[in-house]
Design a protein. Structure first.
Length: 337
């Protein structure tokens, strides 16, 4: 790729320049402040949307709660809803401590922004949502279609390459705001919207007439999603990384929000260490030994978070699919504690 196209790819992915925030000890800052400042979606049910009391609910907000609890012992979070375009700049500038907003890890985002993706919380893919009456069954039949794309997302870059590779033309309509992106599609301004498949499934299911829309079978890119932090604070990065792993390990060990007290008392060396009945799990990442216990008792394990927000226990009922544990054939895998 030449310099111009690299620059274009970087711009298309919503990347705005080098990191500017002063380095800080985030574990100490969060402890002193008494809350974690988390960047979240403006309103995507299941992944991050406010409830009636203005509290953010969803898979990503629950990761904010888990990280806050690991540090503070309780899920104290200040929510900062962000547009797709503003999210990385906001993290770079230090306006938020952590970003949890269906953000895809890419080389450019991880390597050139001074940011880092410590873990994945949802393995997704990019797809296309169309009006069913278009009579199309796969993307190669979309020659000449009008495609709505949200600015500052990976989708913008991927879709252009996809149409070029297929050798067919399309008219891109690049939209800045998240709300306008969906309404443009539902009001007929474009034939297709492209984004993460989870997002497309949710938008379709929560529309007035889900049958009028269909997600095409094409998966045009991988899209691993996860929390993002600044790259200059290894200790905080470790907390986010190992909190994510703790959620997976708890699922693997059968530790749930309901049974965590009972599990902590079991005559099992691994469980006792993991849940802080015996010392060791906190010291290496600068936390108390009860941090995993606190996270699970406040937020639950990964399967509980998945189920209540996007899975079988929610109206969305998305399948676990690739997000199942490795032991169930999925990609979710935690190293040993
Ligand atoms: N995972 C992709 C797509 C993410 C995405 O499309 N996010 C949008 C739409 S859900 C968003 O955060 N919108 C909020 C807004 O702009 O208000 C990425 O990281 O670029």
């Amino acid at each position: 790729m030449n310099k111009l196209s690299t620059t274009l790819a970087v711009l298309a992915a919503g990347i705005v320049g080098p990191v500017t925030a002063a380095s800080a000890d985030m574990v100490e800052t969060v402890t002193e402040r008494g809350e974690l400042v988390c960047g979240v979606h403006t309103g995507l049910v299941g992944f991050g949307a406010p409830d009636e009391s203005g509290e953010w609910q969803g898979l990503d907000p629950d990761y904010c709660r888990a990280v806050a609890t690991a540090i503070l012992g309780e899920p104290k979070v200040k929510w900062v809803p962000l547009s797709a375009q503003a999210r990385f700049t906001s993290l770079q500038n230090g306006e938020i401590d952590m970003l949890a907003q269906n953000s895809t890890m890419t080389l450019a985002r991880d390597a050139s922004l001074g940011l880092t993706f410590p873990a994945f919380n949802f393995y997704d893919g990019q797809g296309l949502l169309i009006r069913s009456d278009l009579g199309v069954t796969e993307s190669k039949e979309l020659d000449g279609a009008t495609v709505c794309i949200q600015q500052g997302t990976t989708s913008e870059y991927v879709i252009r390459n996809h149409f070029t590779d297929m050798g067919i033309s399309f008219t891109p309509v690049v939209i800045e705001s998240g709300t306008e992106f969906f309404s443009a599609f539902f009001s007929g301004r474009c034939d297709v919207i492209t984004s993460d498949l989870s997002q497309l499934a949710i938008v379709r299911l929560t529309s007035e007439d889900p049958e009028a829309y269909m997600v095409l079978p094409d998966i045009i890119a991988k899209s691993p999603l996860g929390p993002v932090v600044r790259g200059d604070d290894k200790a905080f990065e470790n907390v986010v990384k190992w909190t994510s792993y703790a959620l997976l390990t708890a699922e693997e060990l059968g530790v749930t929000q309901a049974n965590v007290d009972e599990m902590k008392m079991q005559d099992n060396a691994d469980l006792q260490k993991f849940l802080g009945a015996t010392p060791g799990v906190g010291e290496l990442i600068g936390l108390g030994d009860d941090w995993v216990y606190n996270v699970i008792s406040n937020v639950g394990n990964y399967s509980e978070i998945f189920d209540r927000n996007v899975g079988a226990g929610s109206p969305l009922a998305l399948p676990r699919g690739q997000n199942a544990l490795w032991s169930d054939g999925g990609l979710m895998y935690s190293p040993l504690f």
